[in-house]
Design a protein around this ligand. Structure first.
Ligand code: NAD
Length: 455
């Protein structure tokens, strides 16, 4: 496959390190390192890139992909790093690093979200871009894989600062994006408003182009159902698996780690089915209640500026013990590496539906398997977002809008098909769902690349 030169802008002002501002995160990591292992609520020391590579290599081994060809499918096609200087309200210029990584485009235009988080680094973006390549293939949507990120402390930023970062990022990566080239979307700490700023910035440079980003506000040609799509997709996957596990959705209890976009929608939709949320966390704390925590009330409480631990009639708990609360379904929907070898054996659930990307390390995955916990892996479970992003893009290209029911029905069809195809493959080969999912994804990408004549 022909590689294009990477157009790399200057990453930082000479002599100055990018302002990652992760002081508290670093302190926590240092403390964990000193103790020789991550604390229960913390992320594992294995990187997202190592996690994704582990599963990629297993699939490539199983498919007997030769080493030279394997490099084409593992390494990213194009990596862009840009400098994002922002004058903040403290009067100082803070310099952040922005990344856009296009992993593989054999199956269609690159597609992937943009994350704002102080821990974003190029390896994490590489991992997430690669995951998008396999995810779009498993879901059967005609995209390649990409991801973007800016290492800014999104939680501390004021609205005007966020807008500057969003616009600056887009104005610097616009040359490698395009509605038939690479399409962006929201991820951690980016939302419909951020997408609107990015679309507007791209429009200033190239003319009005709604199909350049998905996850836009409804008022700006966003799709009905996109905001809830990833959480809804997780619930569709669980519903598909439930009968085989002897579970009835209306009678299940569940816990959510990370009550953001994915987690809060998954919780609200699970609750619509009659399920009961018994524990939930966000970056500020964790709570439990055996009687059930109302997902709508929690959403409204947080939207009004309340802290999770201040919700009435719940018991605040140490976030590290969230995984120990007995429940049927555990939905990790925060960051990667949160379920690791030092805490996986304390999980008390029957099913893990991975809303987050790479929430489970390979060592933890084996512990869960030994404990008989069924895992629906990220690469298929959280594909609902990119599926409805695809629907949004299709609507934008046609300048036509579908109603929400149509979007949700079509999403259900895609998720059910993906579940059935991957679970059939898992049965045929006598392997777990995650290995089967990577196998199906890699096989489809290899086939597309071979048919194009790339390899
Ligand atoms: P978000 O920013 O809306 O929510 C993240 C949530 O996690 C927040 O509630 C935050 O407080 C919480 N959180 C952060 N650190 C935590 C910690 N240490 N413990 C507990 N909670 C913590 O982001 P999102 O869009 O919901 O994404 C969540 C995950 O889902 C990410 O891994 C993302 O890559 C993945 N994902 C998102 C989408 C999407 O469409 N948004 C699609 C696929 C996958």
């Amino acid at each position: 496959m022909g590689r294009t030169e990477t157009p790399t802008d200057t990453a930082v002002t000479p002599g100055e390190a990018p302002d990652k501002s992760p002081t508290t995160v670093d302190a926590a990591k240092e403390e964990a390192r000193a103790a020789g292992q991550p604390k229960p609520g913390q992320r594992a020391e294995i990187s997202n890139l190592e996690i994704v590579r582990h599963y990629f290599e297993r699939a490539a081994d199983r498919l007997a992909v030769p080493d030279d060809v394997r490099v084409v499918f593992w390494s990213p096609y194009r990596e862009v790093t840009v400098q994002i200087p922002v004058k903040r309200t403290d009067g100082k210029v803070h310099v952040y690093s922005g990344y856009r990584i296009q992993h593989n485009g054999a199956r269609g235009p690159y597609k992937g979200g943009i994350r704002f988080h102080p821990e974003v680094d190029i390896d994490e973006v590489r991992a997430l871009a690669s995951l998008m390549t396999w995810k779009t293939a498993i879901a059967g949507v005609p995209y390649g894989g990409a991801k973007g990120g800016v290492n800014c402390p999104a939680d501390e930023l004021e609205r005007g600062e966020l807008e500057q970062i969003a616009r600056s990022f887009m104005s610097k990566v616009d040359k490698v994006l395009g509605p038939t080239r690479d399409i962006a979307a929201p991820d951690v700490n980016t939302n419909a408003q951020v997408m609107a700023w990015m679309m507007d910035e791209y429009g200033k440079l190239h003319g009005h182009t709604p199909a350049i980003v998905t996850g836009k506000p409804i008022a700006l040609e966003g799709s009905y159902g996109r905001e809830a799509a990833t959480g809804r997709g997780c619930v569709y996957m669980f519903r598909e698996a439930a009968p085989h596990l002897g579970l009835s959705p209306a009678e299940t209890s569940f816990s959510i780690q990370g009550f953001g976009n994915v987690g809060s929608w998954a919780a609200r939709i699970m609750q619509q089915l009659g399920a009961r949320m018994v524990a939930v966390s966000d970056a500020n704390g964790a709570i439990r209640s055996d009687a059930g925590i109302d997902a709508h009330a929690l959403h409204d409480h947080l939207a009004a500026g309340g802290r999770i631990t201040e919700l009435p009639d719940v018991e605040p708990i140490d976030p590290g013990t969230l995984i120990e609360v007995p429940c049927d379904v555990f939905i990790p929907a925060a960051l990667g590496g949160m379920i690791h070898e030092h805490n996986a054996d304390r999980m008390r659930c029957k099913v893990v539906v991975e809303g987050a990307n790479s929430p489970t390390t390979p060592a933890a995955d084996e512990i869960l398997r030994d404990q008989g916990i069924y895992v629906i892996p990220d690469v298929m479970a959280n594909a609902g977002g990119v599926v409805v992003s695809y629907f949004e893009w299709v609507q934008n290209l046609q300048h036509f809008r579908w109603d929400e029911r149509e979007v949700n029905d079509k999403l259900g069809n895609v998720m059910r098909r993906a579940y059935r195809e991957v679970s059939a493959r898992a049965r045929e080969e006598g392997i777990g769902l995650r290995d089967a999912a990577f196998l199906v994804g890699l096989e489809r990408v290899v086939e597309a690349a071979r048919t194009r004549g790339y390899v």
